[in-house]
Design a protein around this ligand. Structure first.
Ligand code: TUI
Length: 321
């Protein structure tokens, strides 16, 4: 099949690995790219030096295209923008904010820009600013989320812009991918399933918690801070809920207490494997995921399933395949 998004990124399969702070570092991103998808390095809140070294590791591991995701809430955002320009990174994704002020510099250097958006208004603004594609990410996703579901957001974003739209949030297999294509997506971004990849450095306890999770085992923390984060329920998410209730009773909630509670929690989960006190960011699709695989197996399995979904659909509908 000839996929528009594959031509845009020069990749084989229309599967983009979602950027997950601390989780999608060089090892995962390069393995996804080698397997024919688009590997994405998450810069998270990492410093210039840390991200530079990860970019160089990816360049050493694969000649295939890869992208860097710039997390716009990072205190190092200006440094990371400068870094991707210096390193001649060809594809930049952005998340957790509006990247409009950086678009002119990216465009002047021929860098392809793909903002992740939670709304139609932002999708339109990004197209006007020169984005090459957008990711419409629903609140089924793990980590920092918007308010709309993928089912509602994706077709509205597709109708609102002329650039390719990538569907994200709640996509874990070929059926989810086919559903996104039915809604008009030209590609999918998948995070949580890649967290389970053998090449992903996330601690095995974290992977085990995702595998064990059922459909209702994620929750949203930090709603009152304006930065809602979807995580697997654990002791930390309960502490966030309690703090939220406590602060909401006050005339002026102290939002710094949320930062204090969250500080270091992602590292605790990803590196130390502390599944009680760590921040286990994961999507609602966790309940569907049951095994550890290589990136190549993940991509091949999803593509096979996607293919059979389309074939099944065309025969069921009475159309010729
Ligand atoms: O960015 C994500 N997911 C993330 S980022 C992250 S790291 C983090 N750490 C601490 C606090 C917050 C984040 C973990 N997960 N997904 C893409 C995404 N972008 N979701 C929502 C948005 C978004 C929200 C508002 C994009 C643009 C936006 O614009 C607001 C505006 O200023 O117009």
């Amino acid at each position: 099949m000839d996929f528009e998004i594959c031509r845009l990124f020069n990749i084989k399969y229309p599967i983009i690995q979602g950027a997950m702070a601390r989780v999608s570092e060089s090892s995962l991103a390069s393995a996804v790219s080698e397997a024919g998808g688009l590997g994405v390095l998450a810069s998270g809140i990492d410093s210039y030096g840390q991200v530079k070294s990860e970019i160089q590791k990816i360049k050493g591991a694969t000649n295939k295209p890869f992208a860097v995701n710039i997390m716009l809430l990072s205190p190092h955002v200006e440094d990371i923008v400068r870094l991707v320009c210096e390193e001649s990174v060809k594809i930049v994704f952005t998340g957790a904010g509006n990247p409009i002020k950086y678009m002119p510099i990216f465009k002047s250097l021929g860098i392809k820009v793909v903002p992740v958006v939670p709304s139609v208004a932002l999708a339109k603004a990004m197209e006007r600013a020169g984005a090459d594609a957008i990711v419409a990410e629903g609140m089924e996703a793990g980590g920092h989320i918007g308010k709309l579901t993928t089912m509602a957001l994706l077709p509205q974003a597709v109708d609102a812009v002329g650039i390719p739209v990538i569907g994200a949030g709640g996509v874990g297999d070929g059926r989810g991918m086919a559903a996104c294509f039915m809604l008009g997506a030209k590609g999918v971004q998948i995070g949580t399933r890649f967290l389970l990849a053998d090449e992903c450095i996330a601690h095995d306890n974290y992977k085990g918690a995702v595998i064990k999770a059922k459909d209702i085992d994620t929750t949203i923390t930090g709603q009152i801070t304006g930065h809602p984060i979807r995580v697997l329920r654990n002791k930390l998410s309960k502490a966030f809920e309690d703090l939220e209730k406590e602060e909401l009773r006050k005339p002026e909630p102290d939002l710094r207490r949320f930062d204090e509670l969250g500080a270091g929690a992602l590292k605790a989960a990803v590196i130390d494997g502390d599944i009680k006190n760590g921040s286990l960011m994961a999507g609602q699709i966790s309940g569907l995921l049951s095994k550890r695989e290589t990136c190549s197996q993940i991509i091949n399995n999803i593509m096979c399933e996607f293919d059979s979904c389309l074939k099944k659909y065309s025969t069921q509908a009475g159309n010729k395949p």
